[in-house]
Design a protein around this ligand. Sequence first.
Ligand code: SF4
Length: 416
Amino acid sequence: MTEMVTWTCTGCALLCEDIQVRVDNNRIEQVEHACLKGKARIFGCKHVAVPAVNGAGVSIDDAINEAARILKGAKNPLLYGWSNSTSEAQMAGIELARTLGGVLDSTSSFCQGITINEIIKGTIPSCTLEEVREQADVMIFWGANPMSSHPRHLSRYSYFPRGELRQRGYEEDRTAISIDVWQSRTAKICKDKFYRIPPGGDAEFMRGLMDGLSGRVPKLSFDFDVKRILELAAVLKKAEFGVIFAGLGLVYSMKEDFGLLSEFMDTLNRFSNYSLIPMAGHFNMRGFNQNLYDETGYIYRVKFVDGKAASGVEFSVVEQIKHGADAVLVVGSDPLASLPASISRRLKDIPVILIDPCMNLTSQVADVTIPCSTSGIEVGGTAVRMDGKSMEISPLVQGVNMSDEMVIKRIIEEVG
Ligand code: SF4
């Protein structure tokens, strides 16, 4: 049977819900509207995972039993990943961490978590992508290159569409600004509104802009034409609806000085109406932060003791892998590829359980591999878009594996 399905793409946290997919007898035949990144997600892994213990193929039940045995025997298990899982699987993960008295952290721990935390707590104002599309006239891509990370961002929401209040489109009604250390594809679209800053110069440039906004002459330690900062401050002041898209370049650079970002937002909002949206990468990174916050009051880096949660930097994935965790459950992530080698190499000394549809670098050190269906392709559920909007996701085809949610629930039964 052939059918055309409207689908929500889980290729990134933009969660485009206008993708058309032709499915023929449980096979994906044709995809329209998705970017290349989305298509890569739809057409799945190069190498599918198979159940294994210590490199030898086993049944799925044996793999789950061995995972449960390792986790139950661990004094301080770390449960990590989660940004490529539905909210339902994330909730099961929270329950498992609580049952085990373990540590729970997600990829947002070294990504957008710090920004999402400020937004969830209301310290930094945010808005929806629909508001951006209909109203925004000034947008800053700061340390962000959505043309690569979220390829349909500019065309669907931020720059190219004609919005309710922006009928004359990007040519006349919108100003796109890029502040970055390199001239990315997004920066090229911003043309003369590209401001190249030196690596690590974000906080200083931000202070310079705050000076410019407040009518003071900015003083920078690096070589930069002060007139350009004053011109930019004038553009920002005139905005009717401004938005900052905070990329990882900004987040990494501001880590030690993150309070400055709230101050900057406050300064902007003395003159106009500004919001910030974190450029979350994985499709449900923000969902994990929101779900954990709703359950515990913390967005990440949580340790459960007697069912109660505590949070601190010592419970981050990095600190736990360095000196804490005596077993690691990885769900839908590849820490061996994404963490610094000096940290991830310690995974070779800790029992590692990997739940993932695909083989990845971490598979090479995993003691137990449990394949699962691909969220958003073979299993549906709920996810939270980068701007905090909750979205329903339907599966496209039926897979052969259990969902990660089901696998985790099976482990809970075994360890409970
Ligand atoms: S921009 Fe992201 S959500 Fe949209 S089609 Fe591309 S990968 Fe999928």
